[in-house]
Write a protein that binds this ligand. Structure first.
Ligand SMILES: [Fe+2]
Length: 320
């Protein structure tokens, strides 16, 4: 018997808190199976009081699948030559965009999305750890696509559930964003020219990626899996009616998500199911330091594809 505790997360219909994970537990096959089952069932696992190291972060990640390497040199790997699969995410003063949301300045803000929307293949998920936690802000929120599918109005659900959503890498630039932004959002300062050009160059090398708006898990649940961040439009409906439908769904996601908002402590790690959950980075005021480490766990759901079955001209980034 393993000694881990699995507890439901704050009365939500998804998520679990996990206590008792250490190096001995990670060698225990029963514990690994229990954690794998909790991940599939609950979508987000919050590991409390784990050793705050990259080695532990990579080891927890590998419970859920092998790790992806990172083809983009511009994204810092925290482990130098000895690759553990952990990348660093932190604002670069003078280079990272600054936005204003709810009247507050933020860097590293990201609206609801799933990772790798710009790729035909998704990743299984990732493990996040906050290495420098600011005194305010910096939270990460998670919303459940199963809950969102059930919460959608009958009219929107009927309109969106057989549609496919087109995504493009260039939509990482906020001034290209079309869908799902908060009403009171504005970009105060864009990325520096080199960063913006690098996003546009990468976007040109990739076909547009397409993913279903709704899909069905092997256990039968329907999942609303739409990322306004990154979306270009609805396949076959790139017109005002299609755009209005997609924006209505994105705003409904903002309004109806029963979110879990994680307040970071140094000994926490969080894994999420990227086929099911959306996540949102609250960002931080530019005056504060912040640094998070993330792993990228391999594993595709097999439902995405490149537009016109085109092939990308270069390796597809995995940093967002
Ligand atoms: Fe993300």
């Amino acid at each position: 018997m393993s000694s881990i505790e699995v507890e439901q997360l704050d009365g939500l219909p998804f998520g679990a808190r996990i206590r008792g994970v250490n190096w001995a537990v990670l060698k225990d096959e029963d514990a690994r199976r229990q954690l794998g089952a909790a991940f599939q069932d609950r979508g987000v696992l919050v590991f409390e009081d784990v050793e705050p190291s990259s080695e532990m972060q990579a080891a927890i990640s590998r419970i859920f699948g092998p790790l992806k390497d990172h083809p983009i040199k511009a994204v810092s790997r925290v482990d130098g030559q000895r690759f553990l699969g952990v990348i660093e995410i932190k604002p670069q003063p003078g280079r990272t965009p600054i936005v204003e949301v709810d009247g507050q300045l933020r860097v590293n803000w990201q609206p609801w999305h799933f990772d790798h929307f710009y790729n035909n293949e998704l990743n299984r998920g990732g493990v996040l750890r906050s290495v420098i936690t600011p005194p305010e802000g910096g939270q990460t929120a998670f919303a459940d696509g199963i809950q969102l599918y059930d919460a959608l109005s009958a009219q929107l659900r009927a309109a969106i559930e057989d549609k496919n959503i087109i995504y493009s890498y260039e939509m990482l630039l906020f001034d290209h964003q079309r869908f799902g932004l908060p009403r009171n959002f504005r970009q105060v300062r864009g990325p520096d020219e080199e960063n913006a050009q690098s996003v546009l160059d990468t976007a040109r090398s990739l076909p547009r990626a397409i993913h279903p708006a709704v899909w069905t898990r092997s256990s039968g649940e329907r999942v609303l899996h739409v990322s306004g961040y990154g979306a270009v439009g609805i396949e076959g409906h790139e017109n005002p009616e299609g755009d209005a439908l997609l924006e209505a769904v994105c705003q409904e996601i903002r309004a109806k998500a029963k979110a879990y908002v994680h307040e970071w402590r140094p000994s926490d790690m969080v894994v999420w199911d990227n086929w099911r959950m959306l996540h949102e980075g609250f960002g931080v005021h530019p005056k504060h330091d912040r640094c998070v480490h993330r792993t990228t766990i391999q594993g595709d759901y097999g439902l995405g594809y490149w537009e016109n079955k085109a092939a990308p001209a270069q390796a597809v980034p995995t940093g967002y």
